[in-house]
Design a protein around this ligand. Structure first.
Ligand SMILES: Cc1cc2nc3c(=O)[nH]c(=O)nc-3n(C[C@H](O)[C@H](O)[C@H](O)COP(=O)(O)O)c2cc1C
Length: 262
């Protein structure tokens, strides 16, 4: 990495961040937690409407249960701070109802539109942008973090556990804590070369040779059983795996609340 790539402190934080899954057990101070939350809430948000909520899971039994409902990831239970980022349209629709918006629409023949797929996607954008601000705020204080995408699994259990109403969807979870490992020994994982990610004006699709170059820094020594190449390996471990199938089932269930008319 050259000097230009580390031009200021923010860029340095971006360059040196990596997911942290082993945490020092010491709790974060309330001041640190508040800084992380404040950083999240300063994120850009559609229409300045903050279509998200942040649920802090403090209860140890709940954290233990999340280990199991999120594909058996023990680091969740050991994280000093666990935040679930909720795509949240419920707050606004409760407010619209309290503000007699349905009556207004009725009176003036306006359509009263309840949340739909587009609202869910917008709320997910808001929640994820806030989440990433939280990651960077934490990282800037030396606090590590790790996303838990598996929170979108088991929607029925998570709804019941956290009392989530219909128009609230847990889009991601973050574990935080001071890294157990010496920061100088952390491994910064490679990314695809820029030309495979950044296009100018038009989208580009790739052929076999391109893909070989795209994965040039990703060579794995061992592939999973039955896989003959990296494409097969990734499919078996990720896209076609049991956790991915559970995500698909769970999200289909959640989507019904956003696709069916209220
Ligand atoms: C949407 C999303 C979901 C993720 N879910 C998990 C997860 O469930 N468990 C986990 O250990 N890491 C999870 N990660 C972290 C990725 O595995 C990690 O970002 C990736 O391997 C790159 O490593 P790095 O963050 O250290 O650069 C997730 C990351 C994202 C962005």
């Amino acid at each position: 990495m050259n000097d230009k790539e580390n031009i200021n402190e923010v860029i340095k934080v971006l360059n040196n961040r990596c997911s942290v899954r082993a945490y020092d057990p010491s709790p974060l101070s309330q001041e640190e937690i508040d800084m992380i939350l404040h950083g999240a809430m300063r994120a850009p948000t559609a229409g300045n409407m903050m279509f998200y909520s942040i649920l802090e899971v403090q209860n140890q039994e709940m954290k233990d249960r999340l280990v199991k409902t999120c594909d058996n990831q023990p680091h969740i239970a050991k994280a000093p701070l666990v935040l679930i980022f909720l795509a949240d349209m419920q707050r606004w629709y409760d407010y619209y109802r309290i503000s007699d918006v349905p009556e207004l629409c009725d009176k003036h023949n306006f359509i009263y539109r309840t949340p739909e797929e587009s609202d869910l996607l917008l709320a997910c954008c808001d929640a994820l942008i806030a989440a990433q601000n939280a990651v960077i705020a934490a990282e800037s204080m030396g606090i590590g973090s790790c996303y838990i995408g598996d929170i979108i699994e088991n929607i029925e259990i998570h709804r019941e556990m956290f009392n989530l109403p219909k128009w609230v969807f847990p889009i991601t979870m973050l574990c935080f804590g001071y890294p157990k490992q010496d920061v100088s020994k952390r491994i910064i994982r490679q990314r695809f070369p820029k030309k495979f990610i950044h296009f100018t004006n038009i989208y580009k699709r790739f052929n076999k040779d391109d893909f070989t170059k795209m994965f040039q820094n990703y060579e794995k020594e061992t592939l999973v059983k039955n896989a003959e190449n990296l494409g097969q390996d990734y499919y078996l471990r990720k896209t076609g795996s049991a956790f991915s199938q559970e995500m698909s089932r769970s999200v289909k269930v959640a989507l019904r609340d956003w696709t069916e008319k209220d």
